[in-house]
Design a protein around this ligand. Structure first.
Ligand code: ASP
Length: 326
């Protein structure tokens, strides 16, 4: 009897140590997986001599956004969640030209654009010219996940948002008084805003990219830029890279910038750096904008041909950086 009890005790010990070993091994495997995130808050000509307090506000916002995405990725969350939540944060932040801080059309209203793409299967969703959607990137994601289509525009996109139950706001929600004063001072000249974007590589090796914007200040009503256009402002393919662009939308559409970065890698064997430099320094005119990108190995680029680009990067190797100017 005693021997039997001893035998069962020993086998129990063996089973327990096996379970502990396997679990430790599994978690070690998950932890050893790479992740990376890059973000931008627009490229343009932000004056270098702004007071430090204002600079700091932007840097703090970039850091908060990075932390949101980094935490999701670090805990093994999905790339799509990371992109959506980071961009939701920017869409709530008045400093950036997306969601709440969207710039003004020439008629003093707000028309917002966004797109999101999943590099695993090239699925994507986008909306253009919405006027009552609080979080355009979230509606773009629902277009991808809940409809057989990719791009909705104008009233149809607003109506889809109502139908799918996303948060609806009056157009005046985007009417911030500081931004309004800037708009009045801009004297109806075209100005670039601070579009936002995020690209991630999650622990499963999935690359996702998203971009959200109010477009160009003083754009003609109905004008759609590159941000909601898959291939121009946003692209993601797990075999190559993910890209989110910012800048003069018409030029990014004309040069199919986001897709071309991926295509140069796929068709020509370029590295991520070479592909980004080709598009931003050689194909686009100086002063037109920039992009953030990550490749399948976790290499990243934050590149621009303007005076500055609000930007940040973090990864599983301990990198955590934000910057505005070169
Ligand atoms: N690319 C955006 C657009 O043209 C603007 C920006 O990135 O600042 O709508």
């Amino acid at each position: 009897m005693k021997i039997k009890i001893l035998q069962s005790f020993v086998s129990l010990l063996i089973i327990l140590s096996y379970i502990t070993f396997t679990t430790q091994n599994l978690s070690a495997q998950v932890k050893s997986q790479k992740y990376a995130i890059v973000i931008h808050g627009g490229a343009g000509n932000f004056p270098k001599d702004v007071p430090d307090s204002i600079k700091q506000k932007y840097i703090n916002s970039l850091e908060e956004a990075l932390n949101i995405g980094k935490d999701i990725l670090k805990n093994g969350g999905s790339g799509l969640d990371a992109v959506e939540k980071v961009i939701n944060y920017f869409e709530n932040n008045i400093l950036f030209n997306a969601g709440r801080g969207a710039v003004f059309t020439s008629e003093g209203r707000h028309e917002l654009d966004a797109s999101i793409m999943c590099g695993m299967d090239l699925t994507s969703g986008a909306i253009a010219g919405v006027t009552i959607i609080k979080h355009p990137i979230s509606l773009a994601r629902l277009v991808m996940e809940k409809t057989p289509h990719i791009l909705f525009a104008g009233k149809g996109a607003d109506d889809l948002g109502i139908q799918l139950g996303v948060e609806i706001v009056p157009n005046s929600y985007f009417h911030d008084s500081t931004n309004y004063q800037k708009w009045l001072r801009s004297n109806l000249k075209e100005q670039k805003g601070e579009t936002v974007g995020c690209v991630v590589l999650d622990q499963s090796g999935n690359i996702c990219a998203g971009t959200s914007t109010g477009g160009m200040q003083n754009k003609m009503p109905g004008r759609v830029g590159d941000s909601p256009l898959i291939n121009a402002g946003t692209y993601a393919d797990n075999n190559t890279c993910g890209v989110s662009a910012t800048g003069h939308g018409e030029l990014f559409i004309r040069n199919t910038v986001a897709f071309n970065v991926s295509a140069l890698m796929e068709y020509k064997g370029y590295s991520l750096k070479q592909a980004c430099e080709e598009m931003i320094y050689k194909r686009l005119p100086q002063g037109s904008g920039g992009l953030v990108a990550i490749d399948k190995n976790g290499n990243y680029e934050l590149i621009f041909n303007t005076q500055c680009m609000f930007r940040g990067v973090a990864n599983s190797e301990g990198v955590f950086e934000t910057a505005i100017w070169k």
